[in-house]
Ligand binder design. Structure first.
Ligand code: F6P
Length: 755
């Protein structure tokens, strides 16, 4: 209230100064206009008196002059009149002024200069306007003087009126200003502040508050945003602390972001973590004239972003967004997440040609189909291979630049895009600890053997101190491939390869997701299944969900056909079951992917057409990028989640689904060809090529006794909770740092590949 009073007083003073200033100026202008007017009137009067009195003055007829003065002096508006001869002696005057020295002085002054003299004089305690002129005979000789007095009381009255009017105007203004100020302060400042304070108070008291209850006023918008972020951190920290306390009690040891942070700090001695991947975690894209930030779909981003948020450091990746370069500094760095910066993203620029050859060509038309057994023929083109090598060099240079000056830095390279990068780093920085994590399957040696550059790829990978895969099965395939391809020693007991005195450990690390009781920053409210389906114009009571990049390895067509089979075999599900397939278009510059996108649409259309009904569709295909916030309601509402990959390194969709099901409801149908099937044994494991089996699994998932469904989901949640992304990173870093300190093989590998 004191602040409001101060504000009002300040505004009233300001208004007072403005009104006083403008009143003063107005008065000056009015006064000078009125005096001009008076002067003009006096001049006209004097001229007419001069003409009329001339004969009497020339004849020195004092009687006529006195008569004249008597008649004119009492005429309206005049306050006095005096006539003197050319010696300045009063001849006649209205009563009371003839003997006044000031009057005769003015007359003399007018005769002396032979020009009118005007002045304000104080006479008998009143202000008057005196106007004196010299009188002339017909031949122009000065015969005397005339002094005319006018009352100026009306001018003073006018000035007082101006002051009075403006004073009342000021009072009204101050009143209105106070009202408006009170209103603005109350509704736009005090009320939102009180709302925010109440929100924070309730948050502190442990009540879960929806951010939508925060003030949205323009003034408080940025602050509300910061408060929301702060509250999110607080909630996370609080639940982490609670979780830690709970774990301490039951002497269990769960990996949390805080624990990983401490672990990384201890293991790396405070050095920043450096991650390199092709795909960037945050992409700036133009959307019309606006810029949007998206998190691309895919396992690397899902897994690595929570880890980087926990540990900080630098993530080096290809800047693939069309607005990416608007947001970086001179070193191509940007702090991310953009609305709550926690680590650094360093973007690497690639030309269109480089991207075509390295990413679309060698990585995704060569290595991707080579490693995934999905019966798509890999294409190996020498030009693509050249771009792959050059791009690995470019990213390696960015890494080397980033780790310059760091002692024994720790580099985590991600995926099949960077098979050559580990050796490139180690050649220049033998002291660096380099891990390469391969996020996709590793096939058997016969399959891998068709790659014309398999030796170079393996040699590049073995530059790393640690090569990680999702499963032991992929590790075994890799060791077998190395054994058959390169001259080296394989230590099968320690699962490592020694090549040119350099040891590379080969270990499984099943990648995972962040697991939280309630997904971070998102609503914990149960999803509204009927509303979701109604929005999609499908009135079904049972919801199946599939979430994938639109990729031929994901078994999307097989999934659709299994739904068709279910409806054929069990017509009771017609009108009752809908599969919502969220598909993020991916790598669409590659013809096989573009064709596949069209194939999924055509197959969904075909099946929907077969079972045509007015208010129900068996398959709802949503082929566009969806963010986590958009996907979460589907995970929460689904009766069954379908993961039917034909080949998949791990698959994190199934782990995200499990993590979202804090109600311990919902069932998972999972392909045996996804790495996750080794861990998630409580899912309904299927062969996606066996359409009938998948259809039966969907039916069983729906009809399963509630008790069994809950028991399975509970165990699945325990598994994902325990083996979360923080454990994955913790194990990887422990292993990597131990190898460096145990192996005593820190010597640099030779510059040229002796393969
Ligand atoms: O999970 C395998 C993977 O290749 C990841 O490396 C990548 O994040 C994801 O698939 C998506 O692919 P892309 O980055 O080519 O869109």
């Amino acid at each position: 209230m004191r602040m409001t009073a101060r504000l009002i007083v300040a505004l009233a003073l300001a208004a007072g100064f403005v009104v006083a200033g403008s009143t003063y100026l107005q008065m000056r202008a009015d006064r000078s206009r009125l005096l001009d007017d008076l002067r003009r009137r006096c001049a006209i009067l004097a001229e007419s008196i001069d003409t009329a009195i001339d004969p009497a003055l020339s004849q020195r007829d004092r009687g006529r002059i006195e008569q004249f003065v008597e008649r004119f002096g009492s005429s309206g508006g005049l306050d006095g009149l005096a006539i003197a001869n050319n010696r300045g002696e009063a001849l006649a005057a209205t009563p009371g002024i003839g003997e006044k020295p000031i009057v005769s002085e003015l007359g003399r002054e007018a005769m002396l200069g032979d020009k009118p003299v005007a002045r304000m004089i104080d006479l008998q305690g009143r202000q008057r306007y005196a106007y004196a002129v010299a009188l002339h005979s017909d031949d122009g000789v000065v015969t005397g003087s005339l002094v005319v007095l006018q009352d100026t009381g009306y001018i003073q009255q006018r000035m007082r009126d101006v002051w009075r009017h403006n004073f009342f105007r000021l009072l009204i203004q101050v009143f209105l200003i106070s009202l408006v100020t009170l209103w603005i302060v109350r509704w736009n400042v005090l009320a939102p502040m009180a709302q925010m304070a109440e929100w924070m108070k309730r948050l502190r008291a442990g009540e879960l508050m929806e951010p939508s209850t925060l003030p949205r006023a323009e003034l408080f918008g940025p602050m509300a945003k910061e408060v929301k972020t702060f509250a999110r951190h607080l909630t996370v920290a609080k639940s982490a602390a609670e979780e830690e306390a709970r774990l301490r009690q039951i002497s269990e040891s769960l990996w949390t972001p805080e624990r990983l942070k401490d672990h990384v700090k201890t293991k790396l001695g405070g050095q920043p973590l450096v991650v390199v991947s092709n795909r960037e975690p945050y992409m700036h894209r133009f959307k019309g004239r606006e810029v949007e930030v998206i998190m691309p779909a895919g396992g690397v981003v899902t897994a690595m972003d929570p880890l980087m948020k926990a540990c900080g450091g630098t993530w080096i990746a290809h800047g693939a967004g069309d607005a990416d370069w608007e947001f970086v500094d001179q070193k191509n760095r940007v702090k991310v997440p953009p609305d709550d910066p926690q680590y650094t993203l360093r973007r690497v620029a690639l030309t269109g040609e480089e991207e075509d050859g390295y990413y679309y060509g060698f990585s995704n038309e060569g290595l991707w189909p080579l490693c995934h057994v999905a019966h798509v023929r890999p294409d190996f083109r020498p030009d693509d291979w050249a771009f792959y090598q050059a791009a690995n060099r470019k990213f390696a240079d960015a890494v080397l630049d980033e780790i310059e000056g760091l002692e024994s830095p720790c580099v985590l390279a991600q995926d099949y895009h960077f098979a050559l990068l580990p050796r490139m780093i180690k050649e220049k920085r033998p002291d660096a600890r380099v891990a390469l994590f391969w996020h996709i399957p590793w096939p058997n040696p016969e399959s891998f053997g068709i790659c014309p550059w398999q030796t170079e790829l393996l040699y590049g990978m073995l530059g790393a101190d640690l090569v990680g895969f999702h499963t032991q099965y992929y590790c075994n395939n890799f060791l077998e491939t190395v054994d058959r391809t390169l001259e080296c020693r394989i230590d099968r007991e320690r699962f490592s390869v020694i090549k040119e005195e350099h040891l590379t450990a080969v270990k499984p690390f099943p990648v995972s997701v962040h697991f939280a009781a309630s997904p971070q920053g998102f609503s914990a409210a149960p999803a509204d299944k009927p509303a979701l389906l109604k929005e999609l114009h499908s009135n079904a009571g049972i919801l199946g969900i599939g979430v994938d990049r639109v990729d031929y390895t994901k078994g999307i067509l097989e999934r659709f056909r299994a739904v068709e089979r279910l409806l054929d075999k069990y017509p009771a599900y017609r009108g009752r079951f809908t599969l919502v397939q969220i598909g993020a278009p991916s790598r669409t510059h590659i013809k096989r992917y573009n064709d596949f996108l069209a194939e999924t649409e055509a197959e969904a259309d075909r099946i929907n057409w077969r079972f045509k009904a007015s208010s129900w569709r068996p398959i709802v295909l949503l082929n566009r990028h969806h963010n986590h916030r958009e996907i979460l309601p589907y995970y929460k509402a689904a009766d069954v989640c379908l993961v039917t990959s034909l080949s998949d390194g791990m698959n994190l969709v199934c782990k995200e689904f499990i993590s979202a099901r804090d109600d311990e409801e919902g069932a998972l149908v999972l392909s045996r060809f996804a790495g996750a099937s080794r861990e998630l044994t409580d899912a309904l494991i299927v062969n996606p090529y066996d359409i009938d089996q998948v259809a039966e699994a969907i039916r069983y998932a729906i009809e399963m006794p509630e008790e069994e469904r809950r028991a399975r989901m509970k165990r699945l949640r325990e598994t994902v909770k325990e083996n979360n992304i923080y454990r994955w990173a913790g194990n990887l870093i422990t292993e990597l740092t131990q190898i460096r300190f145990d192996a005593k093989t820190a010597s640099a590998p030779p510059e040229s590949p002796e393969v």
